[in-house]
Design a protein around this ligand. Structure first.
Ligand SMILES: C[S@@+](CC[C@H](N)C(=O)[O-])C[C@H]1O[C@@H](n2cnc3c(N)ncnc32)[C@H](O)[C@@H]1O
Length: 253
């Protein structure tokens, strides 16, 4: 989705286990997943397309050297570092301390530290946070479900299951200059239901897919993990963007 500014393991329980379970505390469910993977995240095959993705973002968002982009749920910084190599500054935010550390190390290794800021933070709470709010940034990305879509299991207090993702988009809007452009990826509900696999359980009311999988650490040790991904129809994406004060100009496939 691309939008523009409206105004113009341990072995007792899998990593990522239900964050609403008693004793789960206030940690985001993805933090345990990220703690286990660390830099091994960058070995997963889906990261091999990073250079093409960065080139696509530059084209579709009209990015130029000297601009600054907000990378929401930046993870280990693969897009941020790719943009910085092209002279585009990046403000990254991620809830995982481990991934933020990996991102900082990656930028240091390439001598790009002056081009990037990586912050540990909750993208659902960017409104009112001066590290992001009111920065007049040129564009924002949230890729591979970078915070958007990772709010966890449906919450009884939020029957439409829109609160977490709407808060992420509101934070994006608050960080952008008028006319700043946004690219967000989301799981498709239609695809998810059509291709449901044995390890998936799709909650139709909240449109959350609960997947049982395994994740590997840098030594290759695999542990069970649970992933919770909110899925969207194109129509819902347009509606949630509008609620957050963004105007959708394209929903891709
Ligand atoms: C699948 S990874 C995607 C990382 C990166 N955007 C990429 O394309 O490789 C999802 C990222 O979103 C982060 N995340 C999830 N919820 C978040 C939140 N509420 N605030 C900030 N980061 C969040 C996770 O820590 C993780 O790094």
């Amino acid at each position: 989705m691309t939008a523009r500014h409206a105004s113009e393991g341990d072995d007792a329980s899998p990593v990522g286990a239900d964050p609403s379970a008693p004793g789960a505390g206030s940690r985001h469910w993805f933090e345990d997943v990220a703690d286990h993977m660390g830099p091994a995240y960058l070995r997963y095959s889906f990261t091999r397309g990073t250079d093409q993705e960065v080139a696509f973002l530059i084209e579709v968002l009209g990015l130029e050297a000297g601009m600054t982009v907000l990378d929401v749920g930046c993870g280990p910084g693969r897009h941020a570092i790719g943009l910085a190599r092209r002279g585009i500054a990046v403000v990254g935010v991620d809830i995982s301390e481990r991934f933020v550390a990996v991102a900082i190390e990656g930028a240091d290794r390439e001598g790009l530290s002056s081009m990037v800021e990586f912050h540990r933070g909750d993208a659902r709470r960017m409104v009112g946070d001066g590290r992001f709010d009111g920065r007049d940034l040129d564009a924002a990305v949230s890729l591979c479900q970078g915070a958007f879509g990772l709010g966890g299991p449906p919450d009884v207090a939020d029957p439409q299951n829109l609160g977490a993702d709407q808060a992420v988009l509101e934070g994006v809007r608050a960080a952008l200059r008028p006319g700043g452009r946004v690219a967000v990826t989301a799981f498709s509900s239609y695809f998810q239901v059509r291709w449901l696999e044995e390890q998936d359980h799709f909650d139709a009311a909240g449109a959350v897919n609960h997947e049982l999988t395994e994740v590997a650490d840098p030594a290759g040790m695999r542990v069970p993990a649970e992933l919770w991904t909110t899925c969207y129809t194109p129509r819902e994406l347009v509606m949630i963007a509008e609620r957050a004060g963004l105007v959708t100009d394209h929903v891709g496939r």
